[in-house]
Write a protein of this length. Sequence first.
Length: 475
Amino acid sequence: MSSLSKACLEISNSIKGFRLSRSQSSESGTSSRESMLSVRSATNSISRVFKSATSRVRGGFDQQQPTAPPQRQRPPSASRYYDKAMLALASNYPRTAKDLLQDGTFLTKFFRYFTPIERCLLGQVCIAWKNILYERGWWNGILVVIRCKESPLDEREKLYRSLSQRAIDSICLMHATDADMEHLIINVPSQLRSVSLKQCNITDSGLEMLLAKLPSIYRLELVGCNELTEAGFWSSLTSSVISLTVADCINFADDAVGAVSQLLPSLHEFNLQAYHVTDAALAYFTSKQSNTLSVLRLTSCWELTNHAVVNIVQSLPNLTVLSLSGCSKITDDGIEIVAETLKNLRILDLSWCSRITDSSLEAIACDLNLDELTLDRCTHVTDIGVGYLTSIRMLSRLYLRWCIQIRDAGVQHFLSMKSLKILSIAGCSLISARSLTGIAQIRQLQELELTNCATATTEVIAYLQNALPHCEVIR
């Protein structure tokens, strides 16, 4: 059933005296044509109800009720006040379907059933709808992407005004230059909080201008900005930034990490993907960040070793999220240090750490109470390691993509994980069809990924979908 149909059905059922028939409210087997008929029926019914209500309001006051006792006649002045009050009361309610579709109270509830993309289209229907949808609160969490090479300056000015009206505070610029930064600063809404710059040719001065002129920015993402230098980070970063992501910026190395640690005392989240960062970079972090930095993701930092892990656990003992994805030089010894020290850790990503074995999983199971664990492409992990994980009572998300040594015995261990809601065993080709069907015993499962599992046949998928109706099976 479409969003429009659901919205009409839900809201119409809350109107006193108005109910759709059972055949209209049933969702099973509803085709798109039936949905349109349901919407048309809802509109006609709303119109009939409000016409009836209007006639009762207009004519009901002068009709004598047969069972009502005789009432004292009101003085002329009191009658006038009474009539005015009842007329004002009646005027507060929509009288026709057209009035209903322009009523602010109704539309505020109605628009909640649509996605942001659908609301963009609904805002073009009429001025009344646009005015409501441009109010604050409808666009929270929306990221607007602007491709500067394809968007002329005059179009961007209109877009910036629209962002200001809708109170949208997150923006992403692609292929921007220093001139585009200056244009953004002049026209951007003052409430801008999050800026993402991808494949941009901005220089150090452009980044410095952006952060100096817009001190409200607290989330900054830099991807593929190869003109930025380490000196630019020292001159640009401001203390208001609490979330920083840097990826594929070829000049970002150890000294730039030093700028991050020294200039961002309130940093809460740091995501870094850099090929040239070494163990020395992590030594820049001190106890100043220990109480603020909670999320650290180091992706494809190929030069990091177990010495970097030692620096992390000494300076940042309160981490709740840690990713070492693609840090291929880290071994079991480093993971044992993590497990022994980072007691607050809830999410751990060790994907593409090719030297990780079952020993790491044993240490994790003994010392950590994780919610999420990612072991994609950890090819030395076996069924024995999966067995260790059964002791993590709160583990709800487990990713084992292309852990090619996982077999049927590993699936049996999954059945003991009572909190497991998301499981990925994509590419685990040694698991039999019989074991896959056994996953149906995990009744609380919400998502199951079986991509590139040779035994995940059409029949197996159909069986799992039937046995786990609330679980999304991805093939």
